[in-house]
Design a protein around this ligand. Structure first.
Ligand code: HEM
Length: 130
C-alpha cells in the first residue's frame, strides 16, 4: 500500500529502495560506488542512508536532524552531465511513485528538481550560453 504520511519509516523504505536502484544503474551507479562502495550494508553506506533519511525528513516536514550542506560533496564526484541528473531524477520519481501516494510523491519530486537544477547550475552543467 502506498504511504500517506512522511515519517522516518516511510522515508527510509523509499530511500533504501532508491539507492539500491541507483547502485545498479549504468549511468549513475559508478559515482556512488567510487565514493561509498558497492554494498548498501557497509558502514559508509549506512551513514549515508541515515544522512539522506534526515535530509528528506527535513525537506518534507521541516523536522529531522539534517544540518549539513547538500551541495559540497557533489563538487568532488568527477565529471557529471545533464544526462546524469536526468537519470537520477527519473529513478527518484520511480521510487517515489512506488512508495508514496501521488500528492506526496509530487512534493518530494518538485523539491528534488529544484535542488538538481541548483546543483547543475553550481557545476556549470547544461548552461548553453557558456
Ligand atoms: C547526478 C546526480 C547525483 C549524484 C551522482 C550524486 C551522488 C552523491 C554521492 C556519491 C554522495 C556522497 C558523497 C560523499 O559523502 O562522499 C552524495 C551526497 C548527497 N547527495 Fe547526491 N548525487 C546526485 C544528485 C543529488 C540530488 C539531485 C540531491 C538532492 C535532491 C542529492 C542529495 C544529496 C545529499 C543530501 C547528500 C549528503 C550530503 C551531506 O553529506 O550532507 N544528490 N550524492
Amino acid at each position: 500500500m502506498l504511504a500517506q504520511t512522511v515519517d522516518r519509516q516511510t522515508v527510509h523504505k523509499m530511500i533504501h529502495h532508491f539507492y539500491a536502484k541507483l547502485l545498479e544503474d549504468k549511468l549513475v551507479g559508478h559515482y556512488f560506488i567510487n565514493s561509498l562502495g558497492d554494498n548498501l550494508e557497509n558502514e559508509r553506506w549506512k551513514d549515508h542512508l541515515t544522512t539522506l533519511d534526515n535530509f528528506w525528513l527535513k525537506m518534507m516536514t521541516g523536522k529531522g536532524a539534517y544540518g549539513g550542506h547538500p551541495f559540497p560533496p557533489h563538487a568532488f564526484l568527477g565529471e557529471m552531465y545533464i544526462e546524469t541528473f536526468e537519470r537520477w531524477l527519473e529513478l527518484f520519481k520511480e521510487a517515489l511513485n512506488q512508495f508514496f501516494i501521488p500528492k506526496i510523491a509530487d512534493k518530494f519530486y518538485k523539491k528534488s528538481e529544484i535542488l538538481a537544477a541548483q546543483f547543475m547550475y553550481n557545476l556549470d552543467i547544461g548552461n548553453e550560453e557558456d
